[in-house]
Design a protein around this ligand. Sequence first.
Ligand SMILES: NC(=O)c1ccc[n+]([C@@H]2O[C@H](COP(=O)([O-])OP(=O)(O)OC[C@H]3O[C@@H](n4cnc5c(N)ncnc54)[C@H](O)[C@@H]3O)[C@@H](O)[C@H]2O)c1
Length: 441
Amino acid sequence: MLVGVIGTGYVGLVTGACLAELGVTVLCGDTDGHKIAELKSGKLPIYEPGLKTLVRDNTDAGRLSFTEDLGELVRLADVIFITVGTPQGKDGSANINNILEVASVIGEELSEGKVIVTKSTVPVGTSEKIRERIEKNSDAEFHLCSNPEFLREGSAVYDFMNPDRVILGVDSDYAGAYLRHLYAPIVKNTDHILIMDLPSAEMTKYAANAMLATRISFINSIAALCRKKNADIGMVSRGVGTDNRIGESYLNPGAGYGGSCFSKDIQALLKMMADEDLDPSIFSTVEEVNERQKTLLYQKVVERLGKNLTGKKIAIWGLSFKPDTDDMRAAPSLVTIEALLEHAGSLAAHDPKAIQEARKRFGTSIEFSENQYEILSDASALVVHTEWDCYRHADFEIVKSRMKQPIVIDGRGLYDQDWLCKQGFEYYSLASSFTNCGQKE
Ligand SMILES: NC(=O)c1ccc[n+]([C@@H]2O[C@H](COP(=O)([O-])OP(=O)(O)OC[C@H]3O[C@@H](n4cnc5c(N)ncnc54)[C@H](O)[C@@H]3O)[C@@H](O)[C@H]2O)c1
């Protein structure tokens, strides 16, 4: 069996490398020639824990290879995964041009009996558009599957290899049986392979992301009320999450969700609902709450240091939208950085993996360092954006000795408030009162 994967981004490269690790021969393709050249020379275009080793080992073993020639990939592969980007369009909908382009190439090169699997997140009904596009160019019989991906950046390899469940929307028993067999090594409990129709599988992805984003905006709204009522959001969150009906995940208050998926997928959901004349207000509110949440950190800086930040240096720990990734797409740090630059602040930033990406976006308007303490010299405030482990266990004696004013504004609730305040810091945490060391407002 040869598996073809079209699109070598976060989802495609992880899918290709993980399937190869299961012993399958995989050919990954992409139209980005630079990316393919890098991959062929052993360089990874993205950071994801464990991925580099997986790609190297499987390339060395001859099970994983890369091509720019998508036609060749379609001719050789028995099953073709589509994992290309589906960016947000101007009207909020997911733009499926990449998907349809791939479908055209598949149609041009297709031979009998292949299984075409969409892993990209696509609006409900896209599978039928893929079918139409393929059939324009081909009379060959084929099978369609919608297999939405639920991996999280930062733990993508682990998530792919240990899925809670695999969703398979199929148009034939053959496609269901084929993919069930492919996934069998990583889904020990076959009850967790859920076979359904194509639109239900497409919808499941949007429903899952909307639920997770809703939980985040929900807890951030409860946190805002806790601040007014002097209730401890940490305890409230635990008290709510330990109810088995609710569960503890995605109930941490913070600076809002980011990343390439939640916002984009909710916008697409809003558009789908509007197109059907349905009331989308629950999801628009989730997004509004999140947009507001992303502004809280820079507002606190301005509240403490004034609107005119000329001559003031603000240090930022964490740029990626979450730890263990270099991805800055829709990261809350972008909102803070853009606002502080507008207020003429001088910025210095550290991130274990995202500095290269941040340099592409901000050039020399920010001072970057590979050393998290170096950027603190003369800083009037430290804003903590991402919960990387190196920040959790930071040495606050060094932090204090370097900073001009020991003000820490924490968007992720990483530190013990009492301890930090005893060390002489002014400390504001979005996971507690967001007032100086928990003083009443
Ligand atoms: N990133 C995530 O955490 C995640 C999780 C689940 C689902 N998804 C979904 O998976 C899809 C891919 O996301 P991603 O984060 O991997 O995107 P990405 O931007 O990292 O990668 C997409 C890749 O597709 C390639 N591509 C674009 N058009 C192409 C074409 N016509 N032919 C061949 N290659 C093409 C690009 O060059 C790029 O390498 C999206 O629909 C996304 O919503 C993403």
